[in-house]
Design a binder for this molecule. Structure first.
Ligand SMILES: [Zn+2]
Length: 249
């Protein structure tokens, strides 16, 4: 027996299926990550035509069978293709990087509406935010927080000292310390970067559109978040899109 479900969803990836169809990996708000067959999606006159680009959001209707891992897409409504509203290469790469990071952070069928809503606001803010890197870091930091891997950064894990003036991070051990307790090879996070990180992970962030980040902080925060992902999020690697950006810089 299959049931018909409706859900809000974003396209994570698509794969060719036969001559004319696509398998689409969606992150849905209520069912988590699922794969749907979009029959005939590659035909010119398909009703899906144009709405299954990676990163597009929409309301989907699909036939769902509990015991299957491939379901059938029936309709997609009101799809928003954000990719069309992004013009510069840097934002486009950050858009792709955000998608990759999201894809690697969520497991099949493991639904978390907070993660879905976080990603939707990331995509909506991306065309108009002052500094797209600040937004990418917001996504990284909040994904770590929602998956339970974001470390406590207020007190040293060694001596309990207050860390408002910066800290040392050992991502593999998930340990944050003061400079005196830091081990060899620990990553240094300056006072400015530490303050920025605590704003990103705080409960209220009102002026997100004006957030901006200096090149120094970008390096420190980028490295800190990247290594936490590397050691704690299975399957994570540096997004390809960020490698492209490094090459053109
Ligand atoms: Zn200490």
């Amino acid at each position: 027996m299959s049931e018909i479900l409706k859900d809000r969803a974003v396209v994570l990836r698509t794969y060719d299926y036969g001559e004319t169809s696509l398998v689409v990996s969606f992150l849905t708000r209520s069912q988590g990550k699922i794969r749907l067959l979009a029959k005939g999606a590659k035909k010119d006159k398909s009703p899906f035509s144009g709405s299954l680009r990676t990163g597009s959001f929409g309301n989907i209707v699909f036939y769902f069978k509990q015991e299957r891992d491939l379901h059938l897409l029936k309709e997609i409504e009101n799809s928003d293709i954000f990719q069309n509203s992004i013009e510069d290469l840097e934002r486009l790469c950050i858009f792709q990087a955000g998608l990759e990071v999201l894809d690697r952070s969520v497991r099949e069928r493991d639904a978390d509406e907070r993660i879905f809503d976080l990603f939707e606001s990331f995509i909506r803010l991306l065309p108009r935010i002052a500094d797209p890197w600040a937004l990418l870091f917001l996504l990284y930091a909040r994904l770590l927080k929602l998956t339970g891997f974001y470390p406590a950064t207020d007190r040293c894990a060694g001596c309990g000292a207050d860390l408002a003036s910066g800290f040392m991070a050992q991502p593999q051990a998930g340990r944050i310390t003061c400079c005196a307790c830091g081990a060899d090879g620990a990553l240094f996070v300056s006072e400015q970067s530490a303050r920025f990180l605590s704003r990103l992970t705080g409960d209220h962030l009102n002026d997100i559109e004006e957030l901006s980040i200096s090149p120094e902080e970008r390096k420190e925060i980028g490295r800190f978040l990247h290594f936490f992902f590397l050691y704690h999020i299975e399957g994570y690697r540096l997004p390809n899109a960020l490698k492209i950006l490094k090459e053109v810089d």
